[in-house]
Every structure is written in structure tokens, then in C-alpha cells.
Design a protein around this ligand. Structure first.
Ligand SMILES: Nc1ncnc2c1ncn2[C@@H]1O[C@H](COP(=O)(O)OP(=O)(O)O)[C@@H](O)[C@H]1O
Ligand SMILES: [Mg+2]
Length: 411
């Protein structure tokens, strides 16, 4: 096998924006580079959110197929009834609704690479088709008896224990062996030491830029809380937490106490932090309600963020906008969520839509202020007037809460 140098690894990381230098991560990247030129199937194994999707890309880009197509398929997201047709295509009339024949990914990506994410979710019938194409390069479209050929490299990924899936009869053993000629293990975030802080800082700076907000700063105890946390959702979870803090605590020095509501522990109960929890959200009767509240809070935060950005701008403009600090008095910014188009994109669509309805902007502003005052008043009441708890529930800083209480005369 070819020798991989440190600078090869650095270059691959840079190309894909992979952050981290823990030995386990570097080993995984090095391994991907090493197998890239050899046309074998590769199985990427790692918990959810560890960054498995980088690895098929490394392999594709560093191999001889880099100029051909790369197609990523999430096997878990495609309904069982259509997956054969998605992957291998179908003939016209082969099932109800097949009004025309269609090429599948194995035909489309001929000469290139297919990434089969969540491969353990493939139904057994599809597994049989996949095994055949891996062994012989041959496949049949659904509803066809004409053998077709394709030349595909398959990289698969999974976060489940494949040997257990085999033992339980959910995955074909022969296919498992075939796919896992080479295995790459992507380490969980908790095993990556200093990478955790490095990633947190990168995400904080990314989100500050995206939302045009000042970057958050983590205190020492916040940093050790982040390092000590288990991160069951790995890098995806860390990114999500940093995004929320970047929004709701923009520019703050965030300490461990402020961070705590965003780091659910195993025995965590959503009720403790109100509806604005950072978790996956419940699907029970209370779930709807808490979602509505969460939206309300979010809505208020956007509004507040905009006011702050406007105020900042006015300051920068040396008072040229004096008297025009708020959205309502600035018709030029009435075109939607104005200052942060990317902010609007990453929030639930309804939030953005609500705000661009063609009612007069002044009217929207008024009702937003009312909503905000009410939200804060109710939260204060729920928390017996305790500001720390209220701020935590609303996911705003205590400083902001204090200002709002004064502004709305809620003392
Ligand atoms: N080392 C890393 N550096 C930068 N971003 C990362 C890293 N690892 C994961 N991510 C980001 O975390 C998120 C989850 O990664 P993903 O590859 O989708 O995880 P998986 O497929 O293992 O569930 C993505 O947004 C990805 O860009
Ligand atoms: Mg994934």
C-alpha cells in the first residue's frame, strides 16, 4: 500500500473542512487515503454524528474515480417499496405509477462512487441485488430481465453493530463480508480530547459570521464542561448546541451554568428547562405545546437580535440613522428578515413566513413586542420571579432579561 504522509492528511482535512488532530481521527483519515487508490469496498463505522460522511468523499477524491460521479444515498430515508428502483432503476410499467423507465443510481454513477449511508437499513431483497452487483458488476432494472453492467465503487456507512444485525438475520453475512473488506472506524467525539474545544471554537466563529453576531466566548468552566460531557450525538450535537448558544447568547461570556440547559444528561427531564430544551423534543401531548412555545421564544429572539443589529448599525453609522433604529421605522428593511438571510434559512420556515406577510410592518412590530412582554411575564411568573431560571427557560442572557424587565416595566 502507498505511504501516507502527515501533509497528505492535512491536505485532505483542509479540502473538506475537517477539524481535529486527535490521533484516532488522523488515523481514520490516513486509512481512507491509503485505501483510496485500491478499488475495494469500504465500510465506515461510527456513532451517529461523528462525521462519517467525510470518508467516502476522501476516498472518492483521492482515487482514480475522482472525475466520475459521486452519489450519496441514505438507505434509511428511502421507503422500502422504492429503494430497489432508486438504486437500480425500473422499466416502464413495472409497477403502478412507473409511467416511464428510469435509471437508478448504479447506472447514473457508472465509473464513479456510491456512498450507501445507513446501509444496515437496506431490505433483504435489496441486499441480494447489491451483493450481485458487487460480485459481478451486473444488475437488473426492476421489471426487466435484461442484464446490465456497471462499474461502481461502494463505500458504505453504519452506526449499528453489523455482526449483531447479521446474527439477528437482518443483514446478509455474505454481503457484510463483501462490504467490509476494509473497515474505517470513526471515533466518537468524547474520545477526541482537545478536538472538542477546537470544534466548538470553529462552530462559534462560523455561526457568528453567518448570523452577523458577536462571537460567544466560553469561560474556563464552560470549556471543561464541554470536554467532560459525553456527547451522545457527537459532532452534530456539538454543532447544534453551539448554534443555539451563538443565537441566544450572542457576544456573551458563556459559563458552565449558562451552558447546562443545553447539555441534557441521561436523567434529564425536559420539564426542568421548560419547552425550550435543546433535545429532540417529545412527541407526546405536551410536545406540541412546547413546540409552540419554543417557536414563540425563537420569534422573540430574532426580533431582539434584529433590534440589536440595527442599534449597532446606527452606532456605526454615526447617528445617520438616528430615529430610525427599529425595523418599523425603516421601510428599506421591510423585505423579510432583512439583516440575516442565512438566519431565516436555518430557522423553521414558518417563522420567516410569518414575518414577511404583507401586513404593515408597524403592526407586526407591535404584536411582536406584546408577545415578547407576555412571554417574559409568564415565564417570570412560572419561575416565581427568579431571573436566573427565567433567563435559562427563555434561553436569553440574564443581562438581556434584566434590560427587558426594565423596558417593559415588569418589576
Ligand atoms: N471533524 C469535523 N470537523 C468539522 N465538522 C464536522 C466534523 N465531524 C463532523 N462534522 C460535522 O458534523 C455534522 C455531522 O456529520 P455527519 O458526517 O453527517 O455525521 P454522521 O454521518 O456520522 O452521522 C456535519 O455537519 C459535519 O459537517
Ligand atoms: Mg450521516
Amino acid at each position: 500500500m502507498n505511504r501516507i504522509t502527515d501533509s497528505d492528511i492535512q491536505a485532505a482535512k483542509l479540502r473538506l473542512g475537517i477539524v481535529g488532530s486527535s490521533p484516532l481521527l488522523l488515523e481514520a483519515v490516513g486509512r481512507a487515503l491509503q485505501v483510496a487508490p485500491i478499488d475495494l469496498s469500504v465500510l465506515v463505522i461510527g456513532e451517529s454524528g461523528t462525521g462519517k460522511e467525510f470518508f467516502p468523499k476522501i476516498i472518492h477524491q483521492a482515487g482514480s474515480r475522482k472525475h466520475a460521479r459521486y452519489i450519496a444515498v441514505n438507505c434509511g430515508a428511502i421507503p422500502e417499496g422504492t429503494i430497489d428502483s432508486e438504486l437500480f432503476g425500473h422499466e416502464k410499467g413495472s409497477f403502478t405509477g412507473a409511467i416511464a423507465s428510469r435509471k437508478g443510481y448504479f447506472e447514473e454513477a457508472d465509473g464513479g462512487t456510491i456512498f450507501l449511508d445507513e446501509v444496515a437499513e437496506l431490505p433483504l431483497t435489496t441486499q441480494a441485488r447489491l451483493l450481485r452487483v458487487l460480485e459481478t458488476g451486473e444488475f437488473l432494472k426492476v421489471g426487466s430481465s435484461q442484464v446490465q453492467r456497471t462499474n461502481i465503487r461502494v463505500v458504505a456507512a453504519t452506526n449499528v453493530d453489523m455482526s449483531q444485525a447479521v446474527a439477528e438475520g437482518r443483514f446478509r453475512q455474505d454481503l457484510y463480508y463483501r462490504l467490509s473488506t476494509v473497515q474505517i472506524n470513526v471515533p466518537p467525539l468524547r474520545d477526541r480530547g482537545g478536538d472538542i474545544i477546537m470544534l466548538a471554537r470553529k462552530f462559534a466563529s462560523d455561526f457568528a459570521e453567518r448570523y452577523s453576531t458577536p462571537e460567544i466566548e466560553l469561560t474556563d468552566d464552560a470549556r471543561s464542561a464541554i470536554r467532560g460531557y459525553r456527547w451522545p450525538g457527537n459532532v452534530r450535537q456539538l454543532k447544534n448546541v453551539v448554534e443555539q448558544i451563538s443565537l441566544f447568547h450572542a457576544g456573551d461570556r458563556v459559563d458552565a451554568a449558562a451552558l447546562a440547559p443545553y447539555l441534557p444528561s441521561p436523567n434529564y427531564t425536559p420539564a426542568l428547562v421548560g419547552g425550550a430544551d435543546a433535545g429532540a423534543g417529545g412527541s407526546d401531548a405536551g410536545g406540541r405545546q412546547s413546540y409552540a412555545r419554543e417557536r414563540e421564544v425563537l420569534f422573540n429572539m430574532i426580533f431582539q437580535l434584529r433590534n440589536e443589529v440595527d442599534a449597532l448599525r446606527a452606532e456605526l453609522d454615526g447617528g445617520r440613522l438616528a430615529g430610525g433604529l427599529t425595523v418599523s421605522a425603516r421601510p428599506s428593511s421591510a423585505s423579510g428578515v432583512g439583516h440575516g438571510p442565512s438566519l431565516a434559512l436555518s430557522l423553521p420556515e414558518e417563522v420567516a413566513v410569518t414575518e414577511v406577510t404583507d401586513r404593515s410592518v408597524g403592526h407586526v412590530t407591535r404584536s411582536l413586542e406584546d408577545t415578547e412582554r407576555e412571554t417574559i411575564r409568564e415565564s417570570l411568573e412560572r419561575n416565581g420571579g427568579r431571573r436566573k431560571a427565567t433567563a435559562a427557560e427563555l434561553h436569553i442572557s440574564e443581562r438581556t432579561l434584566y434590560r427587558k424587565i426594565k423596558e417593559y416595566g415588569l418589576e
